[in-house]
Design a binder for this molecule. Sequence first.
Ligand code: NZQ
Ligand code: ZN
Length: 387
Amino acid sequence: MQNFTFHNPTEIIFGKHTIREIGAKASYFGDRVLLVYGQGSIKTNGVYSQVIESLEKAGLYVTEFGGVKPNPILSHLEEGVLLAKRKKIGLIVAVGGGSVLDEAKAIAAGTRTDGEVWDFFVNKATIQDAMPLLAVLTLSATGSEMNPTAVVTNEVHQKKFEISSPLLFPKTSILDPTTLYSVPNNYTAYSAVDTISHVIEGYFTGDDPSTPIQDRLVEGIVKSTMESTEICLRDPENYQGRATMMWAATLALNGLPVAGIGEFNFPNHMIEHSLSAIYDIPHGAGLSIVIPGWMKFSVGDSPEKFAQFAHRIFGMATNSTEKDAEAGIDALKAWFEKIGSPVSLSDVNIPESDIEKIAENATMLANKWEMNDYTKDVIIQVLRLCC
Ligand code: NZQ
Ligand code: ZN
């Protein structure tokens, strides 16, 4: 295990009937709130009225900013920044899934600069200040509720880039599993894929060979996510299933599973962000297309680790490391298919002839993330295994 610093300042309030606490928590940080939300789900599932009631009870002055789209876009983010500045907003309450939280984080940073908010995404400027942000989560997948990252697409240039700053950790995130009851089965599946992806990126790419506690944490998150996903797909209002999915997603990308694993990278995300940037497909759907191909491409680099995954997640136990490793990849792909997430480019009607274009787009992020091994040719090879 390698040296590490783990610090996560977000307060998590977890459980039934917890949304009523948002007003009191928010009131610590000011009285002029920007309420950021998406395209309407919170108005049909009752979350909006619970949030408004709590904010009003705490005496807060609320300006609404709805309409955040899945895979949030820069032009809408810029509207939010202008609105927040005009209304002299002091804090943000974000109510929704990862897209809402991410755009809200970017508004929090964008409001405290005179420059262009996109400059933060392309490393032309560094975030020096941000408004306080609190969240009520309604879709558990990205971990945004307990991490310092926000992903936004510059839709003109098809660049899906992220910002990350300690200033962007939510102050408080409220996680009420009952908010997930209304998530449709397709997004339940995509969420599961995203959670699993967040832990396996570090598991397979981390450079320290001795990380037993981190490995078992990852394997526990993967197993629990798989089990609870199957429960929720059968029974969307199963509280224990939703609660497990919700907490697993938060733990998967809050910095804990990667603490001590040394250098690691996020190749599946690097490639997926191009799929959702170009074709606007859900992030989790893009990941279930990329992951099996990337695993096949990478298995030769660490067959023992892939065999360990196969053994501990799927019970593979032949006396061949290579066979187990391959069987584990096939089993994960089959599970993605079983839950209804796409597993090939053709499943989402992306023709093989687009691979060059996708790879060209992905090299922008590979460069930003300094993933020098991932040249355009290498990305093309991975994508060919995703057809
Ligand atoms: O727009 P609304 O009406 O809210 O509908 C949303 C949206 O259509 C709907 N939804 C959310 N909660 C619901 C619900 N429908 C019914 N009941 C509910 N309780 O679900 C749809 C998808 O929502 P979205 O927020 O886009 O999904 P997700 O949470 O998966 O977020 C995806 C975004 O996060 C980024 C992704 O790239 C993508 O842009 N990521 C952010 C990360 C981070 N901040 O750390 C890391 C991730 O790897 C990821 O890149
Ligand atoms: Zn992700």
